[in-house]
Structure formats: C-alpha cells, structure tokens
Design a binder for this molecule. Structure first.
Ligand SMILES: [Zn+2]
Length: 66
C-alpha cells in the first residue's frame, strides 16, 4: 500500500530542449509527464536535464509501482 507520492520524478528543461527532455522522460517512465512553466525560484537552482542551462519548464511524473 505505497502512497502515490512515494515516487516522484521531477525534471527540468530549457525552452530549447523541452522536446528532447520530454522524449527522454517518457522513454524512462513510460507515462506522459505533466509539463508546467518553471517557477522563477526553481529556475535559480534547477538546471535543464539536457544542457544544464536555465530551465523554462518543469516536467513531473508519478511512475506507477510494479
Ligand atoms: Zn537545455
């Protein structure tokens, strides 16, 4: 009986790499993640999963447990 928030993937992507990061995340978790604009506070510390640059988007997903 695991909680639904137990596994939570959160990746970031810059404007340029949002598509490739999205593809990679879908490939990894096999579900479509939520795509939201990155908060300014998050952009200070988070980095694009692809290039390490300042992110513009946050991709979050809750992979289901096997
Ligand atoms: Zn990037």
């Amino acid at each position: 009986m695991a909680g639904t928030d137990q596994i939570y993937i959160k990746w970031y992507a810059c404007d340029e790499h949002v598509e490739v990061v999205l593809d990679q995340l879908v490939d990894e978790v096999e579900i479509a993640p939520d795509l939201n604009p990155c908060e300014p506070d998050e952009a200070k510390t988070a980095t694009c999963h692809w290039c390490g640059g300042t992110p513009a988007y946050r991709l979050s997903a809750h992979p289901s447990n096997p």
